[in-house]
Design a binder for this molecule. Structure first.
Ligand SMILES: Nc1nc2c(ncn2[C@@H]2O[C@H](COP(=O)(O)OP(=O)(O)OP(=O)(O)O)[C@@H](O)[C@H]2O)c(=O)[nH]1
Ligand SMILES: [Mg+2]
Length: 345
C-alpha cells in the first residue's frame, strides 16, 4: 500500500531500525515527524504559536515514551518464567536484561519529568521566539536521553528476538523434557508423542534449539519439549547443550532420558550413562525416567523400558508411564501446595 508516512510512528521503531541505524534514530524520526504535523487552533497568532509548541512537545514525548515502553513489552506481559529468565541469563549474561530494563525505565521517567517541566515553562513564556527556544531545548534533551539507551534498546531487541524462537511454555501445564545424547532418537520420539514435527536426521546435533509439542494423555494436557543432544563434557558445553540443560533443570516436570543401547547413535552406552549419573547427582529434585530406544534394532543390555520410534513398540507403555508419574506427583503435591490455607489447619 502506498501512503509512505501514514502510521509511521506505529511501526515499532526501535526493533525495526534499518541495519546500521541506531534504534534511537528510528524512534526520534517517528516522534519528530508526528510533532511536525501539529496544526493547532487558537484565537490569536500568539495563542496558536504557543499551542503548536505545546503539541510538538507533548506528541514528541508521547511517541518516544510509547516506543521505549514497546522495547520492554515482551518482558512485562506475560511475565517471564524462571525458565526463560535462566535461558536469557545463560545466553546474554547474568543481570544484562535487568540492567537494560532499569536504564530504559529511568530514561522514560526522565522524559516524563522533562515533559512536565517544559509544559510549565511554555505556559510562562510570552513570545514566539521563547516558544521556539523551548521546543528546541526539549528536542535536544529528549534526543540525548533516548540516545543514551541505544545499547539497551539493541540488547532488548536481541533478547526479544531470541525469545520469539524459543518455546513459550505454559507454567500451569506439566512439561516432559526429552533429553539425552545426540542422535539417540529424541526428536523421533517427540514426533511420536506430540503435535511437534521436529527435524529428524541420521547425524548428531540435528536439533539445535528447544522445540515444544503438545500431547493429550486422557485428562492431562502436556507440553513435550525436544532438546538438543548433550555430550558429557562438563564445563565446555556448547550453547545448544546448555539450552538443553537449562530445560532439564528449570522447565521439566519430568525428564525422559533417552538412551540408545544399540550405540547406532555413534556414542558408547557408558558415556550416555555417565551423563545420566551426573544429572541425577547435580539435579536430585528433577524426576528422571530412563528409556531405551531403537528396540527394533535387536536385543540390548539392561532392563529399561524399551521403545522404538520407528515401529511404535513401547510408545503406548511410555505414555502410560508418563501419565502415572505425573498423576502420582500431582497427588503428592496437592494436599499442602494446591489448596490455599490447608497447611495452616
Ligand atoms: N531404527 C531406529 N532408528 C531410529 C529410532 N529413533 C530414531 N531413529 C533414527 O536415529 C536417527 C536420529 O534420530 P533423531 O530423532 O534425529 O535423534 P535426536 O536424538 O533428536 O538427534 P539430535 O537432535 O541430533 O540430538 C535418525 O536417523 C532416526 O531415523 C528407532 O526407534 N529405531
Ligand atoms: Mg533432535
Amino acid at each position: 500500500m502506498l501512503g509512505p508516512r501514514k502510521g509511521r510512528e506505529d511501526r515499532g521503531a526501535a526493533g525495526n531500525a534499518r541495519p546500521g541505524m541506531a534504534p534511537s534514530a528510528a524512534i526520534l524520526d517517528a516522534a519528530f515527524h508526528k510533532a511536525y504535523k501539529a496544526t493547532p487552533h487558537g484565537a490569536t497568532a500568539l495563542d496558536r504559536s504557543r499551542r503548536r509548541a505545546l503539541l510538538k512537545i507533548v506528541r514528541t514525548g508521547a511517541v518516544v515514551v510509547r516506543h521505549l515502553r514497546a522495547a520492554d513489552k515482551r518482558f512485562r506481559t506475560p511475565e517471564l518464567t524462571d525458565f526463560e529468565k535462566t535461558l536469557i541469563a545463560d545466553r546474554f549474561g547474568r543481570g544484562t536484561l535487568e540492567r537494560s530494563r532499569r536504564r530504559l525505565e529511568r530514561a522514560i521517567e526522565r522524559i516524563r519529568g522533562l515533559l512536565a517541566e517544559e509544559q510549565r515553562a511554555l505556559r510562562k513564556a510570552s513570545s514566539r521566539e521563547a516558544f521556539g527556544e523551548l521546543v528546541r531545548r526539549f528536542y535536544g534533551r529528549v534526543a540525548s536521553f533516548t540516545r543514551e539507551v541505544d545499547p539497551d534498546l539493541v540488547i532488548l531487541a536481541e533478547i526479544t528476538k531470541f525469545l520469539k524462537v524459543r518455546p513459550q511454555l505454559d507454567p500451569l501445564t506439566p512439561t516432559v523434557v526429552i533429553a539425552g545424547f545426540p542422535n539417540v532418537g529424541k526428536s523421533s520420539l517427540v514426533e511420536k508423542l506430540s503435535s511437534a514435527r521436529p527435524k529428524v536426521a541420521e547425524y548428531p546435533f540435528t536439533t539445535l534449539s528447544l522445540e515444544v509439542g503438545h500431547a493429550d494423555l486422557g485428562f492431562d494436557r502436556l507440553q513435550i519439549l525436544d532438546t538438543p543432544g548433550v555430550l558429557d563434557r562438563s564445563g565446555q558445553s556448547s550453547r545448544a547443550e546448555r539450552e538443553a540443560e537449562v530445560a532439564v533443570e528449570h522447565a521439566a516436570t519430568l525428564v525422559v532420558f533417552l538412551i540408545d543401547p544399540t550405540e547406532s547413535c555413534g556414542y558408547p552406552l557408558p558415556d550416555q550413562l555417565r551423563l545420566l549419573a551426573r544429572w541425577r547427582e547435580e539435579l536430585p529434585n528433577v524426576p528422571i525416567l530412563v528409556v531405551a530406544t531403537k528396540a527394533d534394532l535387536g536385543p540390548s543390555p539392561g532392563d529399561w523400558l524399551r521403545i522404538s520410534a520407528k515401529t511404535g513398540e513401547g510408545v503406548d507403555a511410555l505414555r502410560d508411564w508418563i501419565g502415572r508419574e505425573l498423576r502420582m506427583r500431582r497427588a503428592q503435591e496437592t494436599p499442602a501446595d494446591a489448596i490455599p490455607g490447608v497447611q495452616d489447619i
